[in-house]
Design a protein around this ligand. Structure first.
Ligand SMILES: [Zn+2]
Length: 758
């Protein structure tokens, strides 16, 4: 007996009329924002809208209020100007490069971005004008006529707000800010050079961002984002997940129940309401973010004494109201009971399901949900079996019910759960079980993949330090899941069918994708939290090590040939990234149009940058740098470019700031001209003298330029020119004759070389 109640009815708490101070009532109040029809004229009014200094030169402001009359923002129409200051150097660089890419650089000067606007709509958890609305008396003075009053706009904007509420969870954010303390503001500017949105969050995630409306892509695209420190209020999270007991049961692999018992630690003072992410529905045909098809219903939330707690679940978010605000550092235990037909999303034949790219259990809203241990018990209908990362405690069948129990003692940040009619093969790579799960019966492919994955695990462990997960599960996922070829979670690799086809055919690219995902076990999103500007570290490093491991797997001549093909690909595609800005700004290339540039920065330029570091450091030091970096990142729970830079500096005994500045924090590819002269010597040797030149502007980069000397006897010798200023002279002498010289023939440096001989 699975104990599943067929779903469909709304939770009883939603059917009753809410008490005025209930969570439901507060949310509904914030969902009924309206723009007041009574405007107040303003002239030369200065105000702060989040991180923006705003001058309302001349125009009208209208209050935005909730139904209960709480001020929740304003609408301004008229003439205005804003100034945005990027205080942090990273933010400044990102802002500058994203404005440059959009040809908006004339609005930017030394960290300050300014423009005009003729309308701004502000929604906030507080009154941004501090109650200082002026008096309507000014209208009687006749200012209204000078300024020009558009009386249709408040009604139009009220409709706009109502529409926005259907799409966004602003009501939940405002209610959370209101009940937990802290300020939240979102301002939409229009009428300037472009439409902008500014979000200022000092209530939930302590984050501020500036986005621009992109008409080609029909959405806002980030120009910059920055952390706003929480200071004494606590972390940019209200809770961290410490442990989860998850129970999933389905009798038909389509609908069923999900029960999550979460132990969370409270990381802030004064938390009355805890926000979680939890999927609301999985209807791919839904026009909006809400749907009444394939819904996950949250039926009950209880505390550790079994008391029912007030909650609200909408648009992928749950708010849970705690009976009293726990002290910072306290532990709370919450139980969530959900049910619905959110298992299989498509097709009636394929009863497999995959909980791999959304919050299928409640995750605390936070930039970092925290590392947690878990147990997971899944009951499916045979032949569908479940797969999840961790130690398999039991896997059995009784009647047509398949049950899997796994436990994760090594803490993880995320639990992917896949289920299907899998064929599984388990191998031991040293002491680590490697399990391959395919939706096809192919013994040859199963054993080959397990063997190769084991090879990659050993290869990476030798260079990067021991593998720390309980096991490695490699799972085939249906075509329509996860947006990528594959995905590397902690202890698990997900691969799509087209990658398996490549592996079946024995292509190097198939092996490379497998190696890349296995490399994410070290350079993983799950292993340490990575901010956007540090995202290159896990993508570029996984790609770099995947190339190296694939070369080693293919062995000898084939392996060497493959390794040089990979380098040639990085070099060729990285050259196309010359105008794409810096690697740290890669995530600013959003949407389908930004994808190729993002990939060039992360998967071509990034690996080549790591290869240059290896060229400078030498193999032994290079691997020592990465081992120390990964150990330190695991300790701090955070791997950043700054950390890699300081570790590289420690290992190499010199400040490596220049390297990361020029290759990670700035874009561009240097043009280098090498002019040289060869003089034969009486002893049969030669003297090579020359100069390496780069333009003396901000495109200059310090370079270690490899020179290949092909000697008369056909042997090759290596020399390196270190160019540390725009014009560097060099001199190379040998006792043997020289046939020819070549500059960086293996494409191991990112530069455009030209040579001249006199
Ligand atoms: Zn990746």
């Amino acid at each position: 007996m699975l104990g599943i109640v067929p779903g469909g009815l709304p939770a009883p708490s939603q059917a009753e009329a809410p008490r005025p101070d209930s969570l439901q009532a507060i949310l509904e109040d914030y969902r009924s924002l309206a723009v007041g029809r009574e405007g107040v004229p303003v002239r030369d009014r200065e105000m702060m809208l989040g991180g923006m200094d705003v001058t309302l030169t001349a125009g009208w402001i209208y209050p935005i209020t909730t139904r209960a009359g709480v001020k929740a923002g304003l609408l301004f129409e008229g003439e205005g100007r804003f100034t945005y200051r990027a205080d942090d150097p990273v933010e400044g660089r990102l802002l500058e490069s994203s404005l440059e890419r959009r040809n908006l650089l004339d609005l930017y000067h030394e960290g300050i971005f300014a423009d005009r606007f003729d309308q701004v709509l502000v929604v906030s958890s507080f009154d941004p004008a501090n109650g200082d609305w002026g008096t309507t008396k000014a209208v009687a003075d006749g200012h209204g006529e000078d300024i020009g009053l558009s009386d249709s706009s408040p009604a139009r904007q009220t409709k706009y707000l109502a529409r926005a509420m259907e799409w966004e969870s602003i009501d939940q954010v405002l209610a959370t800010a209101d009940m937990n303390g802290g300020k939240y503001l979102k301002a939409s500017f229009s009428g300037g050079t472009m439409d902008l949105e500014h979000e200022w969050d000092e209530a939930e995630l302590f984050l501020s961002s500036l986005s621009v409306w992109d008409p080609r892509e029909g959405g806002y695209r980030a120009l910059t984002a920055a952390r706003r420190g929480g200071d004494d209020r606590g972390e940019p999270a209200m809770a961290r997940l410490l442990d989860a007991r998850l129970e999933v049961a389905t009798a038909d692999n389509r609908s069923g129940s999900i029960v999550s018992e979460l132990t969370c630690s409270i990381t802030r003072e004064g938390v009355h309401v805890l926000p979680f992410q939890l999927v609301s529905h999985r209807n791919p045909r839904a026009r909006g973010p809400a749907s009444d098809e394939r819904v996950l219903y949250l039926r009950r939330v209880t505390d550790d004494q079994g008391r029912a707690l007030e909650f609200a679940h909408r648009l992928g978010r749950v708010l849970v109201r705690l009976p009293a605000a726990p002290a910072r550092g306290a532990t709370v235990r919450l139980r969530f009971e959900c049910e619905g037909d959110v298992f299989a999303v498509k097709g009636r034949e394929d009863r497999s399901f995959s909980f791999d790219w959304f919050s299928w259990y409640p995750e605390p809203v936070a930039p970092d949900p925290g590392l947690f241990t878990y147990t997971l018990d899944v009951r499916t209908r045979a032949p569908v079996v479940a797969v999840a990362p961790g130690e398999v405690r039991s896997s059995r069948q009784s009647g047509n019910v398949r049950e899997l129990e796994v436990a994760a003692r090594v803490p993880k940040r995320w639990v992917p759960l896949l289920a299907g009619a899998y064929h599984t093969r388990e191998f031991l790579a040293g002491i680590t079980p490697v399990r391959v799960h395919l939706l096809r019966e192919d013994d040859d492919l199963l054993s080959r993949m397990a063997k190769h994955a084991g090879f990659f695990l050993d290869f990476f462990a030798d260079r990067l330090g021991a593998y720390r997960e309980e096991a490695l599960d490699i799972v085939e996922v249906p075509r329509d899941r996860t947006p990528f070829d594959g995905l590397g979670a902690s202890g698990m690799v997900l691969l799509k069918p087209h990658v398996l086809k490549r592996l079946e055919a024995g292509t190097a690219l198939g092996e490379e994708i497998l190696a890349h995902e296995v490399a994410h076990q070290w350079f993983g999103m799950d292993a340490f939290v990575i901010s956007d500007e540090d995202a290159w570290l896990y993508q570029s490093a996984a790609e770099y090590f995947a190339g190296m491991a694939t070369g080693a797997l293919l062995k000898d001549e084939t392996g060497r040939k493959h390794a040089s093909e990979i380098r040639a690909r990085w070099w060729r595609d990285a050259r196309k990234s010359a105008g794409a800005g810096s690697i740290e700004g890669a995530s600013l290339h959003t949407g389908p149009k930004g994808m190729p540039q993002r990939e060039r920065l992360l998967l071509d330029r990034g690996p080549l940058v790591l290869h240059m570091l290896r060229g400078i450091a030498g193999d032994e030091n290079f691997f020592a740098i990465l081992r120390r970096f990964l150990a330190r990142a695991a300790e701090d729970g955070r791997g950043t470019t700054d950390l890699l830079q300081s570790v590289a500096g420690e290992v190499l005994g010199q400040d490596m700031g220049w390297f990361f500045d020029q290759w990670v924090r700035h874009g561009g590819i240097p043009r280098i001209h090498i002019e040289y002269r060869i003089q034969p010597r009486v002893d049969g040797g030669f003297l090579l003298e020359g100069r390496s030149e780069q333009p003396a502007d901000d495109t200059f980069k310090k370079m270690y330029i490899p020179i290949d000397l092909e000697m008369d006897d056909g042997s090759h010798e290596r020399s390196t020119i270190i160019q540390d200023r725009p014009v560097t002279e060099f001199r190379i002498e040998r006792r043997a004759g020289l046939r020819r010289i070549r500059v960086d023939p293996d494409h191991v440096t990112l530069a455009l070389y030209s040579t001249g001989k006199d």
